[in-house]
Design a protein around this ligand. Structure first.
Ligand code: 5GP
Ligand code: MG
Ligand code: MG
Length: 197
């Protein structure tokens, strides 16, 4: 299956099967996305609304490549019951800023079925923003179930469950500096999550 050809760093070899997007590839692409956003929102009143928690690393890198004035807010939404299977959607943090009449850019880690973003966009739309766009680091086209499209997409990836660069498996692996695929035979124990669930 697809990979970047980059070797899995030694410390992660017991748990990670392959690197899908290496750290330098992420950095380059995020800079390019930032340039696009910079161009499109110059002179506007940008409010970036990031979804917790998966956007943590992507967002930190993205905003540090932007020099236009912007405000930042977060919506907490959790769509997974802890593992790789979708659960139901719950909002864990509501928007704080008033976005009426503002140019809102929603940032998420990955656009998969589209259910999460669809719910979030419906909510935001009701708040009367001047414009509403979507930026995602990753997109799995094959799995789309809802008519949601992203205006800014970092990478299109195949239908595999990925972790790293903010994305988790049961709240683990968010701190990997690359996007990778877990080994199904990874060891259980304090460093791993176990191969079950
Ligand atoms: P959707 O609602 O589009 O099906 O799913 C979006 C959310 O599911 C993402 O924000 C992300 O939290 C989670 N998700 C979907 N695919 C993956 C994946 O491959 N890896 C991880 N870690 N999370 C995923
Ligand atoms: Mg998410
Ligand atoms: Mg998750």
């Amino acid at each position: 299956e697809s990979g970047s050809g980059v070797r899995v760093p030694r410390v992660w070899r017991a748990e990670v099967e392959r690197v899908l997007i290496p750290a330098d590839g992420l950095a380059r692409r995020v800079r390019a996305l930032a340039r696009q956003i910079q161009r499109d929102y110059e002179g506007r009143d940008l409010v970036m609304v990031a979804l917790l928690n998966g956007t943590l690393v992507f967002l930190a890198d993205l905003i540090r490549n932007l020099t236009l004035p912007l405000r930042l807010d977060f919506i907490g939404v959790s769509s997974y019951g802890g593992g790789t299977r979708p659960g139901r959607l719950t909002f864990t943090k509501e928007l704080g800023l008033d976005v009426r009449g503002r140019d809102v850019l929603v940032v998420d880690d990955i656009l998969d079925t589209g259910r999460t973003l669809r719910r979030v966009l419906e909510r935001l739309e009701r708040l009367g923003p001047r414009s509403l766009r979507v930026c995602v680091l990753l997109e799995k086209k094959a799995r789309r179930q809802e008519p949601v499209r992203a205006d800014y997409v970092g990478f299109e990836i195949p239908d595999v469950f990925v972790v790293g660069y903010g994305l988790d498996y049961a709240e683990r692996y968010r701190h990997l500096p690359f996007v990778g695929v877990l080994r199904s035979d990874r060891p259980a124990g304090p460093e791993g999550t176990g191969a079950t669930s």
